[in-house]
Design a protein around this ligand. Structure first.
Ligand SMILES: Nc1nc2c(c(=O)[nH]1)N[C@@H](CN(C=O)c1ccc(C(=O)N[C@@H](CCC(=O)O)C(=O)O)cc1)CN2
Length: 295
């Protein structure tokens, strides 16, 4: 069994981003600028946004975190997004998910100018991704593809089984793995809560992407020998064992699945760290105007 090490790969790619950013800043006289909007005080979201801000600084970006109380109205949030859309000094804009129940995430996503949508969630970016056109790719699937490329994993012709059909991971992941690209060229099965006999489907996977949001959901009896296992889960549970007061679990029962896998991502230290890399790469592209021309 080999580990797909998110720490090692993300560190290496961030070094490359840092060098590219320095060249961009020297040539343009400005830093790429990311704005992250955070609504409420969900513990996980606070951690992820703080990490995004920290990593922006690390690679030489400017970053701004705009915070709203959990009670903020959808209209106020969208008005802020429209203001940022018009600001030429801001290259990328993300709204951290999940949002409180009274705010429609689809309306918020569609309010973001697709040219600043460095999360890659806007329907224009998703549609362009499906057609293999230049676009911002959702950060987590982008990070996973970068990780597969880093380790030179040959995915062509393999059967990939994606567990979970979310807009931000499962659905885009299934498109990227099926695309005529490298990594890609997989035969893909996209499974979800209504899939019949899920275990039989997952057992067919040469590649398994678990993005269902349930602790230890994928067990050893669902995984064939030699499978490549990508765990997108970040399930937090309170714990007295750790200094932080919580413990993270993936969607895969790592201890029992790892001995059967050829490659596997750990949690923490796997896909989560690559999500940040996907976001940084999109933000740099937004600043350079290589996907959508500036102006
Ligand atoms: N607007 C967005 N919201 C959300 C996204 C997203 O891509 N855009 N994805 C997830 C959360 N997420 C990014 O925002 C994210 C998750 C995990 C990590 C990460 O670094 N995980 C570390 C552990 C960190 C910890 O201690 O908790 C790891 O796995 O090693 C980064 C980003 C939902 N919302």
């Amino acid at each position: 069994m080999n580990i797909l090490d998110g720490k090692e790969v993300s560190t290496k790619i961030k070094e490359d981003i840092k060098v590219e950013t320095a060249a961009f800043t020297a040539a343009s006289g400005r830093k790429p600028h990311l704005v992250a909007i955070l609504v409420g005080n969900d513990g996980g979201s606070e951690t992820y946004v703080a990490s995004k801000m920290r990593n922006c600084e690390l690679v030489g970006f400017e970053s701004t975190n705009i915070r709203y109380d959990v009670e903020v109205s959808e209209a106020e949030l969208i008005a802020k997004i429209q203001e940022i859309n018009k600001d030429p000094n801001i290259d990328g804009l993300i709204v951290q998910l999940p949002l409180p129940a009274h705010i429609d995430p689809d309306k918020v996503t569609e309010a973001i100018d697709h040219r600043k949508d460095v999360d890659g969630f806007h329907p224009i970016n998703l549609g362009r991704m499906q057609r293999n056109l230049p676009c911002f790719i959702p950060a987590t699937p982008y990070g996973i593809m970068l990780m597969l490329a880093h380790y030179g994993i040959d995915t062509a012709g393999k059967h990939a089984v994606v567990v979970g059909r979310s807009n931000i991971v499962g659905s885009p992941m299934s498109i990227l793995l099926a695309r005529n690209s490298n990594p890609g060229n997989c035969t893909v099965t996209l499974t979800h809560s209504k899939t019949k006999d899920l275990k039989t489907e997952v057992l067919r996977g040469d590649i398994i992407v678990a993005a269902i949001g349930k602790k230890n959901f994928v067990t050893a009896d669902m995984v064939k020998d030699g499978a490549i296992v990508i765990d997108v889960g970040i399930n937090r549970e309170n714990s007295t064992e750790t200094k932080s007061g919580f413990k993270l679990y993936g969607d895969v029962d790592f201890d029992n699945v790892a001995p059967k896998a050829s490659w596997i991502t750990p949690v923490p230290g796997g896909v989560g760290l690559m999500t940040i890399v996907g976001l940084l790469k999109n933000t740099l592209e937004a600043a350079k105007g290589t996907i959508y021309a500036k102006g």
